[in-house]
Design a binder for this molecule. Structure first.
Ligand code: PLP
Length: 378
């Protein structure tokens, strides 16, 4: 049976070139970048080259990139490391109620150890009121963390408005962006976004799982969470995962933003149009969401039931967020999507490999599912 993988926000297939690089760095050029012999030097060259490629992908400088074990660790290091470094200047952290768990739970942890955390709620599923950031960010705010694109619906919070608010409100805050769902999909440039910290992850851009990076703007001080070596500016010590890092660099080099975005926008528009022909489908993603994610609810059919039905037809999607594994989504409830619709939410997520055939297969299986599963309920 042909398969139609439409769950690219959960993870993507590693590209051939990235996999080849990982293999080369495991089997041939397998040295430790810290070793003082030629194997070490060769490995170090690869580390530098990957760092340059990642830096280029987000408009940063090479020495502003720290490799981590993924987006989760990058987010933890950004929030914990910034809060610890900034605590003499204030006690308040501002974030949103729709962040990925790796920011949301870290913010909760900071709250538990005494920081004041304000979670900004969107006004509805279409987005935020910028005024809520304006009133939350004060001269006591030391950190603002807002995601570039939400992993469940693709909603894009107003990140471009935040730096001016921080400045206007005379806040010492560092500004962190979780760009894990933005890299390779949106035009990302740390200079134009005016952020101090940014998290990214390889496995969302056809690189391997288990590697990511934190951008730390030159001159910004955060404190480490782990100790034991000089690697990554002493902020993330430990022997570098060079096969993964090298593959991440290749995947970043392969990003072809404008070419892919155009194609994905067309697929998204096509899917939206076709879904609007079904009476029982409600679209949960805003019109101006990233085109790579489309979340909708098939009224009256639980996500898991529809997901299994689609999967038996070779179409792979996700129920809400893959990370919440069936748990109630804090994102969908913060977006004021009612419980019934949240219980039947399906997330379709595209990558540069997605095709119209994938969308047609989804639509066909969805139609069959709506007919049989709804009938069974009656
Ligand atoms: N942030 C967002 C928005 C995500 O979607 C994810 C993963 O789904 C992460 C962070 C965590 O990244 P990783 O899987 O690399 O730990």
């Amino acid at each position: 049976m042909a398969f139609h993988y439409l769950d690219n926000s959960a993870t993507t297939q590693v590209s051939e070139a990235a996999a080849k690089k990982a293999m080369e760095l495991m089997r041939e050029n397998f040295g430790n970048p810290s070793s003082l012999h030629s194997f070490g030097f060769e490995a170090e060259k690869e580390l530098i080259s990957a760092r340059q490629l990642i830096a280029k992908a987000i408009g940063a400088k090479e020495n502003e990139i720290l490799f981590t074990s993924g987006g989760t660790e990058a987010n933890n290091l950004a929030l914990m490391g910034a809060a610890e470094a900034m605590k003499r200047r204030g006690n308040k952290i501002v974030t949103t109620a729709i962040e990925h768990h790796s920011v949301f739970d870290t913010a909760k942890q900071l709250e538990a150890i005494g920081f004041e955390v304000e979670f900004i709620y969107p006004k509805d599923k279409n987005g935020f009121d910028v005024k809520d950031f304006e009133s939350a960010i004060t001269d006591k705010t030391i950190l603002v963390s807002v995601m570039l694109a939400n992993n469940e619906t693709g909603l894009m919070p107003p990140v471009s408005k935040i730096p001016a608010i921080i400045k206007r409100n005379a806040s010492p805050a560092l500004f962190h962006i979780d760009a894990v769902q933005g890299l390779g999909k949106e035009n990302i440039n740390v200079a134009s976004l005016k952020c101090d910290l940014m998290s990214i992850s390889a496995h969302k851009i056809h690189g391997p799982k288990g590697v990511g990076a934190l951008y730390v703007r030159k001159g910004v001080r955060i404190l480490p969470r782990t100790f034991g070596g000089k690697q990554e500016n002493k902020l993330r010590p430990g022997t570098e995962a060079l096969p993964l890092i090298g593959a991440f660099g290749v995947a970043a080099k392969e990003i072809k933003l404008s070419e892919n975005r155009e194609k994905i926008r067309e697929l998204n528009t096509y899917l939206r149009q076709k879904l609007s022909d079904f009476d029982d489908i409600i679209i949960n993603s805003p019109d101006d969401a990233t085109p790579y994610i489309l979340n909708f609810s098939a009224k009256g059919i639980r996500s898991e039931t529809m997901l299994h039905h689609l999967s038996s037809a070779g179409v792979y999607v996700s129920s809400g967020s893959a990370c919440s594994k069936g748990g109630k989504s804090h994102v969908l409830s913060a977006l004021k999507i009612n419980d019934d619709l949240a219980d039947s939410a399906i997330r379709v997520s595209f990558s540069k490999e997605s095709t119209k055939e994938d969308v047609d297969a989804l639509l066909e299986a969805l139609e069959a599912g709506l007919n049989t599963l709804q009938r069974k309920r009656k």
